[in-house]
Structure formats: structure tokens, C-alpha cells
Write a protein that binds this ligand. Structure first.
Ligand SMILES: O=C(O)[C@H](O)[C@@H](O)[C@H](O)[C@H](O)COP(=O)(O)O
Length: 255
């Protein structure tokens, strides 16, 4: 069963997420010399500022020279565009780290030189280029994911039009056309990558997440990408939620 960790504040959630990240780092570094983490966009990045930058204990224990940061999904915009997930990570986390740490950490942004226009061939090349830089044999050690109010995660959306994203069984990165959440053009990792990851953490906070938390945890709606990840990965999955997001969830089977 997936695990739910519930907190009264973002600060407490971030403290626990920081310890969780250190635990997964130790697990990764016990078998190899890299810690490969992929992150989502959205509000998660602000939580990462709290645990990786503000929490001095976590900050001092991260093996920055072993840490590789990838993006679970990325919006097809230049890296300095306000919609870029890399751009958000850079301004909210990376730029706030010391120069010494910045020199050690490795971040894998989208190759924006491939962005020309939205023609199909170019779409394909941006996705395949990002796929080519993902960790090969062992996959990711950790995914840090958000959850949209419609149950999407990464840029895997639950509506019929985007079913092709959920049904992808071969490609590791695909183009998400006409995303319901702006901006419309994105790339996203797929289930073959997600299900090959060692550990997965979701972060969901705030009142706006109440209806979807009910659908995921009480109704276990199987068409939602988030529920699909829970079902396929079971014990590998931990949800970090706040009281507000979980207020309408009735079951307590996950604690
Ligand atoms: O780039 C993106 O849009 C995301 O990767 C997306 O999957 C996000 O994590 C969720 O939409 C939750 O976002 P919030 O936490 O901001 O609601």
C-alpha cells in the first residue's frame, strides 16, 4: 500500500521531505555513485527551496556532487521563460544555493536549441533528445511529483484526448499536445520510466486539492494518472500532504 504522510504546515512537510530525500540518497549511493532525481514543476519547487536551501541540516548532508537533477516534464519554452520548469528550479532553488554547491550539482535542462516551431518532426526531436539523456540502466532513484486538481501528474493528463500519453509503453519521453494546463506544448516522462523508478514522492497541498484527494484515496478512481502510479508502484510511493488537502478524505487506511 502507498504511504500517506500528513502535516499541519508546509514547513513540517518540507522537513520530513528533506529527511526522506536524504534516506533515498543513502539508498542510491549504497549501490552506485550517482543520485538521479527527476522533479516536476508547479508548487513542488517552492517546497524544494524549503528542504534543499533553507533546511541547513539537509543542505549540509546532500552529496551535491553526486546529485543529478532531471525534469519529469517540461514546458516547451525557452529556459528563461516564466513557464519553464527549469527556469523555476533555477530561480527558486539553484540560484539560492552557494556558489560551491552550484559548481557541484548537475542539472539536465531541455535542449531549447531544438525549439523552432510546433511542427510534428521538431516535437519528436525535442522528446527523443530529452529521452537520450535520461539515466539508462537503473532508471531514476527518485521522482518528486506534484498532483493537479484533475489528477494529472508530470504532463500525463486524465482526459480522453491525452489517453495516448498514458498508453505509451515504449517511448520514455513523449510530447504532450494541447495540454489542458497552460502552456499547451510540453514533454513528459511516461509510465515505463515512472514504473522503473526506485521511489516516488508526491507533494499535494492546499484546499484546492481536496476533491482530487477524495477521488484518489477514497474512490481510487483508476483512470487518473496519479491512481495508476499508486496502483502500479504500491510501497514505492509516498504522499506528502497537508491537512487542508486531506480534509475531505474519509479513509485512514494509508497511515
Ligand atoms: O509542469 C507542470 O505543470 C507539472 O509538472 C505538473 O504536473 C504539476 O506538478 C501539477 O500540475 C501540480 O502543480 P501544483 O502543485 O502547482 O498544483
Amino acid at each position: 500500500m502507498v504511504k500517506v504522510l500528513k502535516f499541519p504546515s508546509t514547513e513540517l512537510l518540507a522537513t520530513k521531505l528533506g529527511s526522506y530525500i536524504l534516506e533515498k540518497q543513502a539508498k542510491a549511493l549504497s549501490t552506485k555513485d550517482t543520485f538521479n532525481v527527476a522533479i516536476s514543476g508547479g508548487s513542488l519547487i517552492k517546497v524544494l527551496n524549503l528542504c534543499l536551501v533553507q533546511d541547513k541540516e539537509v543542505n549540509s548532508k546532500i552529496a551535491w556532487d553526486k546529485l543529478n537533477i532531471y525534469f519529469c516534464d517540461e514546458r516547451i519554452v525557452q529556459l528563461d521563460h516564466p513557464d519553464s520548469n527549469f527556469g523555476a528550479f533555477k530561480s527558486i532553488v539553484f540560484d539560492k544555493l552557494s556558489k560551491e554547491i552550484q559548481d557541484k550539482i548537475t542539472v539536465y535542462p531541455l535542449n531549447t536549441s531544438l525549439i523552432k516551431d510546433a511542427s510534428a518532426a521538431e516535437n519528436e526531436s525535442i522528446a527523443t533528445d530529452y529521452a537520450s539523456i535520461l539515466p539508462k540502466e537503473n532508471g531514476f532513484d527518485l521522482l518528486l511529483l506534484g498532483c493537479g486538481p484533475d489528477g494529472h501528474t508530470c504532463s500525463l493528463f486524465p482526459d480522453e484526448k491525452h489517453r495516448y500519453l498514458l498508453e505509451e509503453v515504449t517511448k520514455t519521453v513523449v510530447w504532450c499536445h494541447d495540454s489542458p494546463k497552460p502552456p499547451p506544448n510540453r514533454i513528459t516522462i511516461t509510465f515505463p520510466v515512472i514504473n522503473n523508478t526506485r521511489d516516488i514522492a508526491f507533494v499535494a497541498e492546499g484546499e484546492s486539492k481536496q476533491p482530487i484527494m477524495h477521488e484518489i484515496f477514497d474512490l481510487k478512481k483508476s483512470t487518473l494518472p496519479t491512481t495508476m502510479i499508486n496502483d502500479a508502484n504500491d510501497k514505492k510511493v509516498s504522499w506528502f500532504v497537508d491537512d487542508a488537502a486531506f480534509e475531505k478524505v474519509q479513509t485512514n487506511e494509508y497511515y
